[in-house]
Design a protein around this ligand. Sequence first.
Ligand code: NAP
Length: 237
Amino acid sequence: MTTLNKSKVVIAGGSSGIGAVLTKMLAEDGADITVIGRDANKLDKLKQELPSVRTAVLDARDRAALDAFFRTTGEIDHLVLTLSGGKGGGMFKELPLQELQEGFDSKFWPQLNVLQAALSCMNSEGSVTFVTAASAGATLPGTSGLAAINGALEIMIPILSAELKPLRVNAVSPGMIDTPWWDFLPATAKEQVFSDFSAGVHVGRVGRPEEVAGAIQHVMSNGYINGVTIRCHGGLG
Ligand SMILES: NC(=O)c1ccc[n+]([C@@H]2O[C@H](COP(=O)([O-])OP(=O)(O)OC[C@H]3O[C@@H](n4cnc5c(N)ncnc54)[C@H](OP(=O)(O)O)[C@@H]3O)[C@@H](O)[C@H]2O)c1
C-alpha cells in the first residue's frame, strides 16, 4: 500500500459530504490537501476545522479558471473528483430533458474539466479517483438520467487508465449516502426516501459518507487497483 502521508492531494468537491469526510481522513494520514469548491463559506468552515488544508474557490465548470489554478499547484500525487450537481433524477416519462442536460453540465463535464486541466501536473505514479453513482449499474426506476451521467463517466475509466498509464484511474460508485446532498428535501421527506430505499438494500440502510470515503482512501493507496469502478452500495438489488 502506498502511504498517503505527505502526498499531495487535490479534492474537487471536498467541502461537503463524502469529499469533506475524505479530507478529514487524509488530513489525519498527513496528506498535503487542497480542496476545490464554489462556496467560500463551506471552504472557510472546513479550514477552521482543518487549518492545514488549503482551499480554492473555483467553479469546475470554468475551464479557464481551472487551467490557471493547476498552473500554480506543482506536481499532484492524487486527484479526487467528488463534485456533483443535483439534476437529472426522475421518471423518464416526466423528466425534462433540459434538467438532464443540467445534470451533465454540473457533474459529467466539470469532473472531466478538472481531470483534463490537472493532467499535466499529475505524478504518473499517482492516482485519479472519480466518484460516480451506483445508479449507473442498477435498474432503479427514476434514475435513468442519473445512470446516464454516471455511466458515461464509469465507461471511460478503463480506457482512461490505458491512455494515461501508469497513472491509475478508478471510480468509487456510491449507493444512497446520508450527506448534505439530500438537504433539498424537508427532513420528513428525506427520512421517508431513506427508509424506502433501505428496504431494497441488502444491509438494510443507507450508507455513511465515512464508508465511501474509506473506499476512496483504499483505492488511492492501493497501487494495484487500476481501471475499475468499485461499488459501495450495501448490496443494491
Ligand atoms: N449522497 C448520495 O446519496 C450519493 C449517491 C450516489 C453518488 N453520489 C456522488 O458522490 C459525490 C459526492 O456527493 P455528496 O453526497 O458528498 O455531495 P455534497 O455533499 O453535495 O458535496 C458536493 C461537493 O461538490 C462541490 N461542487 C459541486 N459543484 C461544483 C462545481 N461546479 N465546482 C466545484 N465544486 C463543486 C460542492 O461544493 P460547492 O457547493 O461549494 O461548490 C461540495 O463540496 C457526487 O459526485 C455525487 O453525485 C452521492
